[in-house]
Structures are given as structure tokens and as C-alpha cells.
Design a protein around this ligand. Structure first.
Ligand code: FAD
Ligand code: SF4
Length: 525
């Protein structure tokens, strides 16, 4: 296949297996993490003339060599904790990308700007007075151009997404066609396993090559273990990283140490707060790791008499935000996930013969997901990231309370109605003992099912918070410029800075907000 014009490798990329001895490096700026936040920061800083070194703990993967549309291969290679990340009580499964490009290697390409309601809440409740669409708009314009973000053609809506569009229309519920960051997408449906055709405009094909062309150096398989502080604990002086063996993901024993004038942490929500905690950075009010939000997801699974083939086609092309504003209650939005066999087998309820029967019907199965907009109610503090085993491992806690339960029940009833209106023969919830809905009268069973950890399947692919931005150092980790409240030469540039969840898919928010903040960082010299 002919390479597209934008397909060029990342110059100056070094992989773990090429690092044969300890390295001591210096730069103007050291960036940790290569997802949307780290990639666009590196590109902007390098373009402004800074000597940038970027460390990424995951491997570097390319279309030709590494993406085979095989789930069994992709989850261990391209996801955090080999695809097994979860909250401590195992009640929420956490899908999170890992590798050069971060979450954009595996994400489903849906693009939304930050909604005005979210920016307004951040201005009013978190003191982020200049978080406005006017400020971020020009950056989003540029990102959308670079990533070829565009509304999908109606003909690209696969039968899986059409269930949401058609069922909602019959019920008078509004939906919209989504925007995707792709060029010449072949509709393989394999986004979650890494794009085999380089159609997806992820960071490894856009802002990372841009940064490298301006001299940035990218080190894959290098995990930042800690940030080193000066004696007065006012500045970061270096990052110490361990080199991982790409074949085993285990430390090789070699180290990379980067000293720099300024540092950017962009390891993503969950890993960024963990790095700050591991490094013992000043945190007088105990804010690091707090306010972790997940857009907790519940799903309803519908069985149709017709083929749906939920594994083919653009994974996401339709959404509904009709239920995002629910005064005094948690809002939610509706989307459709691709259902590949391995992911589906984890999600579908039942054991043994019942599970096998469900899997046999996968070609006629559709799922609608409801993503909860967490962190908007005044007392919704979300979850917490902390360390265990002396800092070797992460702890992720996320208490699901009555406000979540109410929204989840309501969302499952709405999505089941939509699936039935689209012609589903029956709809099942992901309760341990699934509720089977064949008509309106069955929906009350959803209300009657007990709610609690591990009684209902809950997922997330959108992690946010943990290093919240805010004007008040007692309540946040970084200021409105995403600069650490207590360390003058440290910035956090990723989804961990959001003080609440967004109510939309995060990648474009991260790109625009980080781009604007990098500009401020450059301006401060
Ligand atoms: C299956 C899936 C589907 C998704 N679909 C969409 C979608 O359609 N649209 C959308 O907007 N969003 C989607 N997302 C979410 C989106 O991809 C993420 O929100 C986004 O990538 C987060 O960007 P980030 O910069 O905060 O961090 P990340 O993308 O998580 O990048 C952080 C990087 O830092 C690395 N890192 C972490 N710690 C260290 C360390 N100590 N040293 C070195 N490196 C480190 C990580 O390995 C990772 O590569 C999806 C996510 C998943 C998992
Ligand atoms: S659906 Fe399109 S963007 Fe996604 S993996 Fe396939 S070709 Fe790439």
C-alpha cells in the first residue's frame, strides 16, 4: 500500500533495545509521555526552538510491523497493564493506551471540542477564568486541520451505530454524526488494535514527527521512575528513567537520566499523579491523585434478528447528548462501541454454555454505551490514585454511589428503549444476573436490581483528573497555566489536569488546552 503524504517515521527515535548503556542527557525541556498532551507540547516547544527530549514507557509501533488486527496481540502490547488495568476492587475495567502516541494508538477517533457548559463550570467553580472557547478555538482549528478532523459521511455509519441513530430517532431523542481524525479510512473497525493502514491521524503520525523534525528526541521503552528535586524542593533538576526490554516489558537494568531547565509531565490521568507521588513532590494539601474521573460506562447489549456485524466499519459515528444536562443529577451521553470477540467475551454476562450461546450470536449483537459525566455535582469528588507496595504499584479507588446508580439505571433504560425501537428482539444489561428486557414493562427490573461493586459491569476508556487544575492551591495541583503550584519549572500537560470529566470524548480537549498552555510556557521564557 502506498504511504500517505503525512506518513513519515519519527526521526530521532531511540528504542529500548538500542540503549546498550546508561545514558546521561540534557535538554531545555524534558517531556514524560507521548499521548496527545505530550506530543503536542513537544511539537510546540520544539517549533519554538527548545531542545526537547521525550520519554515514553511504551514501545514504538508502526503499521507495517505491528498492527495485525488481533486483539490477543494488541491488548498486552498497546494498553496499560497489558489490558488488565482496573480499580482495586475490580469493579471498573480501565482501558487506557500505552506506547509512542499514547491513547491515540488505540482510540476510536471520535473528536469533540470541550463543551461550553464544561468550560463555564471550570471558570466558575475551579477559578480557571480564561478557560474559554475564544482562547482555545484557534488551537482547535489548527489541530483539526493537522489531524483532518471531519464529520463522517452518513454512508460510513455502520449497522452497529445505525441502531443508536434509528432507535433514537423513532423515540424523538436527538443524535448527531460524529467527527473523526482519519484520512482515507478503510473502515476495518480495528482502531482499538492500532490502525493497520495509517488512516488514523494519531500522534505517532502527526505531532511526534513534527516535533522530531524540529530536533526533538523520542526515547521509547523508557519509564520515568521519578523526578529529582533540588535541595530546597523548589525546582525539578532531572528525570530518572528505567529502560524496558520491549520483548518482556521488564527493566533491562539500564537507566536514562535527563537534566533540563523545564519539565513536562504528560503520562496521562492515573500515571501522571502516580509519578508525582512516587517522586515525593511537594503536595501540602494532599491534592495529587484526588479528583480522578472516569466517565464510568454502562452498556446494554441488544440481540437482533438481522446481522449487525459490530466489529466492522468505523467504530464510532453517532452519539447522543440529549441526557447530558440533568439538573441535580449526573448527566450521561450515549455512544456505540465496536464489539470484537475478545472484548465482547469480557463484557457479555453469563458463564459456560450461556456465555457460549451469547458469543455465537455476536454477528447479530449491538451494544449502546452510556458514559456518565462525573465530577459535575458539587459533592462528586470522583476517585483516587495512590501508591502501594512502597510505590511499586498503583492503587485506583473509585466509589460508585447513589448518584451514579441513579444515572446508570436511567441510562440503561434509555438505551434499552432505543435498541428495542431499532428492532432488537431483546436487550440484556451487564448485571451479574442480567436483566432481560423485551418490552417497556420489563424496564422496572433494572430499578429493582441491587446496585454495588461487581454487581454490574462498568468500564472506562476516558481517564481524567488526578492533577487537577485550579486557581486555589489548596484544592488543585496545577494553576490555570497548567504549571505546578509549588514547583516553578514543572508543568502537567495531559488529561490529568481536568478538574472534572468533560462530558465528551477527551482527545481534542487535551490537544487544544495543552497547545494553548504550551504557548504560555514558551512566552514565559
Ligand atoms: C479503547 C479506547 C478508545 C478511545 N476512544 C477515544 C475516542 O474515540 N475519542 C477520544 O477523544 N478519546 C478516546 N479515547 C481516550 C483518549 O485516547 C485519551 O483520553 C487520551 O489519549 C489521553 O491523552 P493523554 O495525553 O492524557 O495521555 P495518554 O494518551 O494516556 O498518553 C500518556 C502516555 O504516557 C506514557 N507514560 C505514562 N507514564 C509514564 C512514565 N512514567 N514514563 C514514561 N511514559 C509514561 C503512557 O505509556 C502513554 O503512552 C479512547 C481511549 C481508549 C483506551
Ligand atoms: S477503521 Fe479506519 S482508522 Fe480505524 S483502524 Fe480501520 S482503517 Fe484505521
Amino acid at each position: 500500500m502506498k504511504l500517505l503524504a503525512a506518513d513519515r517515521p519519527i526521526a530521532n527515535l531511540m528504542r529500548g533495545r538500542e540503549i546498550g548503556s546508561n545514558l546521561v542527557l540534557s535538554a531545555d525541556v524534558c517531556v514524560v509521555g507521548s499521548g496527545p498532551g505530550g506530543a503536542i507540547a513537544a511539537a510546540r516547544l520544539a517549533a519554538a526552538g527548545a531542545r526537547v527530549i521525550l520519554l515514553e514507557e511504551g514501545g514504538s509501533f508502526t503499521r507495517k510491523a505491528d498492527f495485525h488486527m488481533q486483539e490477543a496481540e494488541a491488548y498486552p502490547k498497546l494498553y496499560q497493564d497489558h489490558g488488565n488495568r482496573a480499580t482495586d476492587d475490580l469493579s471498573i475495567t480501565i482501558l487506557q493506551g500505552r506506547g509512542v502516541g499514547g491513547g491515540t494508538l488505540v482510540n476510536w477517533t471520535t473528536c469533540f471540542r470541550t463543551p461550553e457548559a464544561t468550560l463555564a463550570l471550570w471558570r466558575e467553580r475551579h477559578g480557571l477564568s480564561d478557560f474559554t472557547a475564544e482562547r482555545f478555538g484557534p488551537h482547535w482549528d489548527e489541530v483539526e486541520k493537522r489531524l483532518n478532523v471531519h464529520v463522517v459521511d452518513a454512508a460510513e455509519v455502520n449497522d452497529n451505530n445505525a441502531v443508536l441513530m434509528e432507535g433514537a430517532k423513532k423515540l424523538g431523542i436527538g443524535t448527531e454524526l460524529l467527527r473523526r481524525n482519519v484520512v482515507s479510512c478503510l473502515q476495518t473497525g480495528a482502531c482499538g488494535m492500532g490502525c493497520p493502514t495509517n488512516a488514523k491521524r494519531g500522534m505517532a503520525l502527526t505531532y511526534l514527527p513534527d516535533a522530531a523534525e524540529r530536533g526533538a528526541r523520542v526515547y521509547a521503552d523508557c519509564r520515568a521512575v521519578r523526578l529529582v528535586l533540588d535541595a530546597r524542593k523548589e525546582r525539578v533538576t532531572a528525570v530518572e528513567a528505567e529502560v524496558l526490554d520491549p520483548a518482556t516489558d521488564r527493566p533491562t537494568g539500564r537507566r536514562v537520566t535527563v537534566s533540563a531547565a523545564r519539565f513536562v509531565v504528560a503520562g496521562g490521568a492515573i500515571n501522571s499523579p502516580a509519578l508525582l507521588l512516587r517522586s515525593g513532590l511537594p503536595d501540602p494539601h494532599g491534592r495529587v491523585g484526588k479528583r480522578t474521573f472516569l466517565h464510568p460506562v454502562v452498556a446494554t447489549i441488544a440481540l437482533f434478528d438481522r446481522r449487525i456485524d459490530p466489529y466492522y466499519g468505523a467504530p464510532q459515528s453517532v452519539a447522543s447528548h440529549a441526557f447530558i444536562e440533568r439538573p441535580g443529577r449526573t448527566g450521561f451521553f450515549l455512544e456505540v462501541p465496536p464489539l470484537h470477540p475478545m472484548l465482547a467475551s469480557l463484557a457479555l454476562s453469563g458463564f459456560g454454555a450461556a456465555h457460549r450461546e451469547g458469543m455465537k450470536l455476536l454477528s447479530r449483537t449491538n451494544a449502546v454505551i452510556a458514559l456518565l459525566r462525573d465530577g459535575f455535582l458539587p459533592d462528586d469528588e470522583g476517585g483516587t490514585v495512590s501508591l502501594r507496595e512502597g510505590g511499586k504499584r498503583l492503587s485506583i479507588r473509585y466509589p460508585l454511589g447513589e448518584t451514579h446508580a441513579e444515572a446508570m439505571r436511567e441510562a440503561m433504560k434509555v438505551s434499552a428503549r432505543i435498541q428495542l425501537a431499532a428492532g432488537a428482539r431483546e436487550v440484556r444489561t451487564l448485571h451479574k444476573d442480567p436483566v432481560v428486557v423485551r418490552g417497556e414493562r420489563d424496564l422496572r427490573f433494572i430499578d429493582e436490581r441491587p446496585f454495588g461493586p461487581n454487581l454490574l459491569g462498568v468500564f472506562t476508556a476516558h481517564q481524567m483528573g488526578g492533577c487537577a487544575a485550579g486557581a486555589d492551591p489548596k484544592a488543585s495541583v496545577v494553576d490555570g497555566n497548567l504549571r505546578h503550584h509549588h514547583l516553578a519549572n514543572l508543568w502537567v500537560f495531559d488529561g490529568s489536569v481536568f478538574p472534572t470529566s468533560l462530558g465528551v470524548n477527551p482527545q481534542l480537549s487535551i490537544l487544544g488546552i495543552v497547545a494553548a498552555s504550551a504557548e504560555r510556557m514558551i512566552a514565559t521564557g
